[in-house]
Design a protein around this ligand. Sequence first.
Ligand code: SF4
Ligand code: SF4
Length: 57
Amino acid sequence: METQKCVLYDRDCIGCLECEICDLDENKICDNCGKCLDIRDYATLRIDKIVRSPQDK
Ligand code: SF4
Ligand code: SF4
């Protein structure tokens, strides 16, 4: 099984879900509400990784 790298720290993912915590409210799990994003006419999003299924190759 392939090991996932942590998106916050230099380690393998341990499933702690710290990366799912809201940037504005530490008691909330992110529901993608967008309040932390300054979206105007356009926005730029950084994509960490694209995972493709083996059938797409
Ligand atoms: S769940 Fe925890 S260990 Fe895994 S990527 Fe998120 S912060 Fe890192
Ligand atoms: S999208 Fe919403 S819930 Fe997610 S981190 Fe931003 S403000 Fe918090």
